[in-house]
Design a protein around this ligand. Structure first.
Ligand SMILES: Nc1ncnc2c1ncn2[C@@H]1O[C@H](COP(=O)(O)OP(=O)(O)OP(=O)(O)O)[C@@H](O)[C@H]1O
Length: 253
């Protein structure tokens, strides 16, 4: 059996009197794709903000590959291999697509400012490898031909894919996606879910994804966790979730 990638133990966070996440527990196994669904205001984005440490939970514990990360800062979480994308596209719109990817890479490139200034052979090789990986990811996502475009000139669906590519370039272990298919039509959505599966296998990823498009969720997720008013109301395979009366009443109906 695969080991645990993420483990949420009894997480609660309240804003004023409102419990946005209420005693939530679930886990994600290494290599799984887990969907988080639920109506507006159910607490999905808050949960992601807790995982990426933008918010600190009031109570409860989060473990990443068995290590307690409950008190880490956002940049420490990135160093643990957790990378997220956002509901709204957050790209540098006046840098090319390729530069958007490579700028995220500099944190991972193991060289210092002096060696980069004199552009040693080693630095050149590191940069070439980074570029190669960028093109590999862009090509899997079918957007390699946009490498030298500026995101500001690209349709929203392509920008979403660029954001995904930028998350992948830093070689994450756990990828956290907030509505990756927003703004896409049904064909684009299914295409994206197939590509994500391919990327997951190629780069040994574990994925947690918030998405409202049910065809996407049905096509890609191994398991789904359903939230309502901050509580988990169901958990299971997409087929189990689809027929669960509580889920139908709270969300799908
Ligand atoms: N920083 C905050 N301050 C106060 N309330 C907040 C804050 N962040 C979230 N909330 C509240 O917590 C609840 C959960 O919000 P959240 O954005 O997590 O829901 P969601 O499931 O992601 O919704 P959507 O599908 O609309 O994005 C909402 O009632 C929201 O207003």
């Amino acid at each position: 059996m695969n080991k645990q990638a993420l483990n949420f133990k009894d997480i609660t966070i309240a804003f004023g009197g409102l419990k946005a996440i209420d005693s939530l527990s679930f886990d994600v196994k290494e290599g799984e794709i887990v969907g988080i669904i639920g109506p507006n205001g159910a607490g999905k984005t808050t949960l992601f903000n807790i995982i990426s440490r933008f918010y600190k939970q009031d109570t409860g514990k989060i473990e990443v590959f068995g290590e307690d990360v409950s008190s880490l800062k956002p940049h420490d979480v990135i160093n643990k291999g957790i990378v997220r994308t956002f509901q709204n596209v957050e790209l540098f719109k006046h840098m090319t697509v390729l530069d958007n990817l490579l700028i995220g890479q500099h944190r991972n490139l193991n060289y210092n400012i002096f060696s980069s200034l004199i552009m040693t052979r080693r630095v050149k090789r590191i940069e070439e490898d980074a570029k190669k990986r960028a093109f590999e990811i862009l090509n899997i996502l079918g957007i390699g031909n946009y490498a030298y475009y500026y995101p500001i000139n690209l349709p929203y669906g392509i920008q979403k894919k660029v954001e995904l590519a930028r998350a992948l370039i830093s070689n994450p272990k756990i990828l956290i996606l907030d509505e990756p298919a927003a703004g896409m039509n049904d064909t684009e959505t299914i295409d994206l879910s197939n590509k994500l599966k391919e990327l997951k296998d190629k780069f040994n990823l574990t994925i947690i994804v918030i998405e409202h498009h049910m065809p996407f969720v049905m096509n890609i997720c191994d398991r789904v966790v359903v939230l309502n008013f901050g509580k988990k109301i169901a958990e299971g395979t997409p087929n189990e979730i689809k027929t669960n009366p509580q889920v139908i009443e709270a969300y799908l109906g």
